[in-house]
Design a protein around this ligand. Structure first.
Ligand SMILES: Cc1cc2nc3c(=O)[nH]c(=O)nc-3n(C[C@H](O)[C@H](O)[C@H](O)COP(=O)(O)O)c2cc1C
Length: 309
């Protein structure tokens, strides 16, 4: 989810916090423009236009480099720093980043500790992890490593790296982390496979934790956070199609015409989960190459949906 999508999605309410996509840290201090590209909200008090705070996420294994970049993120205005120990991408894991570090609890400790030491105490340093890399054998060690290093909050994506994104998510396992973290007064946030209010309720019941992070569900049903937090009615397809058209206009206005068609198609793929109509829409636009034609097709879809109603 990039800044444009965060802007659109947080307008509906229900979110307490957004976390950026990860910034990959190898061994050097990145220039401010890289932070600003990933998180343009830094120029607006690190909030989306609707006022939702946005925290920057870093990914890397080098404690010194992570610390220097974390300090820069906070200087630039990020309210704390989140550290990614969950990314399953092969290219990332091959260079010892993301979920592969769950096989090295001592590296988790060193990275979080260095970041904690580099960032003023009022700024939370938080971590995101999976249940493990191949299996869950190190879940307790990894939890302890994050806590010993001073993580202020742990988000648990309730699958291993090997599980990928396949359902189910093992929400009960989050409770194992939460039990240990509660002895240090550190909150745990549950993540994985929350697509509806009913999933949210079951996730909280099975994990025993209060807070939930939405992933793909927030794209599949664009007002899911408001459905959960405020009891809003899930958006109709025609309301959602308005949002798709709006996002396209935002991309065009921001000079991202070339990116807009592929991003629209990508979003329609996520929307298929909640809206059968999104599949038909995708079929109609899948060969579209230009932003102008995409907007034309989407608007034609809107006219059809108005006629059908
Ligand atoms: C395409 C894609 C990109 C992602 N990028 C990030 C990322 O940069 N940082 C992160 O913490 N999680 C990232 N995630 C993981 C999600 O935040 C979330 O943990 C995961 O999808 C499980 O939640 P869900 O089942 O509700 O989607 C990504 C997931 C997908 C599918």
């Amino acid at each position: 989810m990039d800044a444009t999508m965060r802007d659109l999605i947080t307008r509906n309410g229900g979110f307490d916090l957004c976390v950026t996509e990860f910034l990959r840290v190898v061994d050097e201090l990145l220039p401010p423009r890289v932070f600003l590209r990933l998180c343009p909200e830094l120029q607006q008090a690190a909030r989306t236009p609707a006022g939702t705070p946005v925290r920057l996420q870093l990914l890397g294994n080098n404690p010194e480099a992570m610390a220097a970049n974390a300090a820069r993120a906070v200087e630039l205005g990020s309210p704390g720093v989140d550290i990614n120990f969950g990314c399953p991408a092969r290219t990332v894991n091959k260079s010892r980043g993301g979920a592969i570090l769950l096989t090295e609890p001592e590296t988790l400790y060193r990275v979080v500790r260095a970041v904690r030491d580099a960032v003023p105490g009022r700024h939370p340093v938080t971590a995101k992890m999976r249940l493990g890399f191949e299996d869950r054998a190190r879940l307790v060690d990894n939890t302890r490593a994050l806590l010993d290093a001073g993580a202020a909050e742990i988000v648990v994506h309730a699958r291993t790296k090997v599980d990928g994104y396949k359902p189910p998510a093992y929400w009960d396992q989050i409770g194992r982390v939460a039990e240990i973290a509660s002895t240090r007064g550190v909150p745990v946030v549950a993540n994985g496979e929350v697509w509806s209010r009913a999933d949210y309720d079951r996730c909280r019941a099975e994990s025993g934790v209060a807070d939930v992070m939405l992933g793909r569900g927030a794209l599949a049903l664009p007002n899911l956070a408001a459905v959960i937090a405020r009891g809003d009615t899930p958006w109709s397809w025609s309301r959602t199609l308005e949002a798709v058209i709006e996002l396209g206009s935002m991309d065009i206005e921001a000079g991202r015409e070339r990116y807009m068609p592929s991003r629209t198609k990508q979003w329609l793929k996520y929307l298929e989960r909640a809206y059968p109509e999104a599949r038909d829409c995708f079929e109609r636009v899948k060969r579209v190459r230009t932003a102008a034609e995409m907007q034309e097709q989407l608007c034609a879809g809107r006219r059809r949906s108005i006629c059908a109603a």
